[in-house]
Design a protein around this ligand. Structure first.
Ligand code: ATP
Ligand code: MG
Length: 328
């Protein structure tokens, strides 16, 4: 892999879904890629009204999580999106290349905006900003959860259109979507994906939940009335979701996990998963506490922004030249 880019919005704290579908994978690939860029995409968070104080804290929280889960600043460039103005600039240029119809087809906009007149314009155009994020780094691979697949296809369409009309500038990025864990479902509502902006906090586990909270949430997770443990997403979404979580957290394959529960009921599955989750998250939480208010964190972000700016700036120059914008 030549270059990996991904980002997480600073809206609330990170859920187990974000971690298993995306952030854990950032760590898994950082040694395989020549270059890694991971951004806290604060401009994306603005698509929905945010409390400024929370926005500020959440941005640093996500950056601290990046380090706590094991991203290594010597291998990965960690930065805040708004520190690199090229993102907003390139986003405008790509917006002018985008069509109403293709943005209208984005299912996430349909879900979140519900086609209403009062839906934010940012919510509508945010996939273009995401395209700019990815394309500015000549990214070859983008580790994301399944919900971002469609946005990445748009990114490729825009890159292709630009390359065709203005000259070959952009590299075609590919999504890196895990086989297991790419779509962790809500604990209370396993028909929908686990989401950090969910109204009910019983629906998600956050990386910062205490052992007690984790226990309570997993115990209350919706299952079904069969009391037999096997993987069947369609007919047993709740149980299958718990099995997927165990699989990604432990790295064990699904068949082995299912076999290990032979003859056992949901109580055993939940008890075991509580222990696995608490054991996995405790060291992450400890590192997070150490780093969150450290000078090291701000230094890493400052350095990250400088490097990101240099790389993105090169691409931005090429875009401007291709479009005939005068640079003096
Ligand atoms: P929001 O509901 O505010 O959009 P979110 O939980 O979807 O919040 P994002 O910051 O939009 O969080 O997404 C960060 C990354 O986490 C993306 O790569 C996304 O695909 C991934 N992701 C989000 N939810 C899940 C999930 N339930 N399972 C796996 N991956 C997920
Ligand atoms: Mg999302």
């Amino acid at each position: 892999m030549k270059c990996v880019f991904s980002g997480v919005k600073p809206t609330g704290i990170i859920t187990l879904g974000n971690y298993l579908g995306a952030i854990k994978r950032f760590v898994d690939v950082q040694d395989q890629a020549e270059q890694n860029f991971y951004s806290v995409v604060d401009l994306h968070a603005l698509t929905v009204a945010q409390d400024p104080k929370e926005m500020y804290e959440n941005t640093l929280n996500i950056a601290a999580v990046y380090l706590a889960v094991g991203l290594d600043p010597r291998k990965a460039t960690l930065f805040v999106q708004s520190h690199v103005p090229a993102h907003a600039e390139a986003s405008w240029m790509l917006t002018c290349l985008s069509r109403m119809g293709e943005l209208n087809r984005m299912t996430q906009f349909k879900d979140k905006g519900r086609g209403s007149d009062s839906a934010g314009v940012g919510l509508f155009t945010y996939p273009v900003l995401m395209a700019a994020d990815v394309l500015l780094y000549q990214t070859t691979h983008v580790p994301v959860g399944e919900d971002q697949k469609q946005h990445l296809e748009l990114t490729r369409d825009l890159a292709e259109r630009f390359n065709r009309d203005y000259g070959e500038i952009f590299v075609m990025p590919e999504p890196l979507i895990a086989e297991v864990g790419a779509r962790i479902m809500g604990l209370q509502n396993p028909e929908n994906k686990m989401s950090k902006s969910d109204d009910s906090d019983a629906n998600y586990i956050t990386l910062m939940d205490t052992p007690k909270e984790i226990e309570k949430k997993i115990k209350r997770a919706v299952t079904d009335s069969e009391n037999a443990i096997y993987f069947d997403e369609e007919n047993k979404p709740g149980v299958s979701n718990l099995l997927s979580i165990q699989s990604v957290l432990t790295g064990q394959n699904m068949d082995n996990i299912v076999q290990s529960y032979e003859g056992l009921g949901y109580g055993a599955l939940k008890k075991n998963l509580i222990e696995i989750t608490v054991d996995h998250l405790t060291p992450i939480q400890q590192r997070y506490q150490e780093i969150r208010h450290s000078e090291e964190l701000t230094n890493i972000l400052r350095h990250g922004a400088e490097h990101a700016e240099a790389v993105a700036g090169e691409t931005l120059k090429k875009i401007k030249d291709a479009l005939g914008l005068v640079r003096l």
